[in-house]
Design a protein around this ligand. Structure first.
Ligand code: SAM
Length: 275
């Protein structure tokens, strides 16, 4: 008999979000694999849990992952916890889940707090269709390419970003999605929980030094943004420029021609450049 791999949610700020079941499972398993052992140890102490703990993070995920698998195969049960929220989302837990499934081991969710969904449900944006992207690429070029690919998507988009990168990311978002509405969910479930709502241009300007953790929820592409021009946008802009207009004025004329904003013309040009 093999053991069970439990994916156990932990609070994202407020300890009252710990579930009864999570406490019981963390007490009963043979081993807890934690992304951040210091943080998890505090949590375990708070809930009077004395199960052995092992570090399982990005740096040691291969070697420790093998140890965890062999313990599961020998019949022990293991709980994986992330530094906060649901494990296997933006952390090494997902690799372990794949290996466990391949090895025929039972994988069991212990649901609870999650930053992405908590932000989405309070965003005021469409919750019927959404895409969770997680952390955007770190390089400007890759980030911009991803955003351009996402720009035609009608679903609400959810991002995570580290506090020190938030401002730059918002500036990139504003360049591609400027007029779209967005919600910044800050310090969810904590004392300073806050939701900043507005269009991305406003939000990018407003945020200077972000304090705390953020989830960024961005409105999907709206029908007014979808332009179906009869001709290639860059050709139209070039034609206006050939008539003596500078690029800015040419874009303004193209916007008038298609009855859309200049931002949308700019986005279309960016999209054409990357195609
Ligand atoms: N496993 C987690 C989950 O449930 O989604 C993933 C956490 S991810 C490694 C860390 C990111 O989640 C942070 O950079 C931030 O974007 C977001 N986050 C975590 N806790 C948060 C909180 N209390 N408020 C706002 N965002 C939070």
């Amino acid at each position: 008999m093999t053991g069970t791999l439990y994916l156990c949610a932990t609070p994202i700020g407020n300890l009252e979000d710990m579930t009864f079941r999570a406490i019981r499972i963390l007490r009963e398993v043979d081993l807890i694999a934690a992304e951040d052992t210091r943080r998890t140890r505090k949590l375990l102490t708070h809930f009077d849990i004395h199960t052995p703990l092992i570090r399982f993070d990005e740096n040691c995920k291969v070697s420790v992952g093998k140890k965890i698998l062999s313990r599961l195969q020998s019949g022990e049960s293991v709980a994986v916890v992330s530094d906060a929220g649901l494990p296997a989302i933006c952390d090494p837990g997902s690799d372990l889940v794949k290996s466990a499934i391949d090895a025929g081991i039972t994988v069991c969710p212990i649901p609870g707090a999650n930053a992405a969904l908590s932000a989405l449900i309070c965003s005021g944006l469409d919750t019927k269709k959404f895409l969770f992207v997680g952390f955007p690429p770190k390089t400007k070029k890759n980030c911009r390419e991803l955003l351009q690919k996402l720009s035609a998507l009608e679903a609400t988009i959810i991002f995570y970003e580290a506090p020190h990168r938030l401002k730059n990311f918002l500036v990139e978002l504003a360049k591609i999605f400027g007029e779209r509405r967005a919600t910044l969910a800050r310090e969810l479930t904590k004392v300073h929980e806050e939701f900043l709502r507005g269009n991305l241009n406003e939000l990018a300007e407003k945020i200077s030094e972000p304090l705390g953790e953020f989830v960024i929820v961005v409105e999907g592409c709206t029908s007014s943004e979808i332009i179906a021009p009869p001709e290639n946008i860059s050709e139209v802009v070039e034609r206006f420029m050939a008539q003596g207009l500078d690029k800015k004025s040419a874009m303004r004329e193209a916007a008038k021609k298609f009855n859309v904003s200049r931002r949308e013309i700019y986005n279309s040009l960016l999209r054409e450049e990357t195609q």
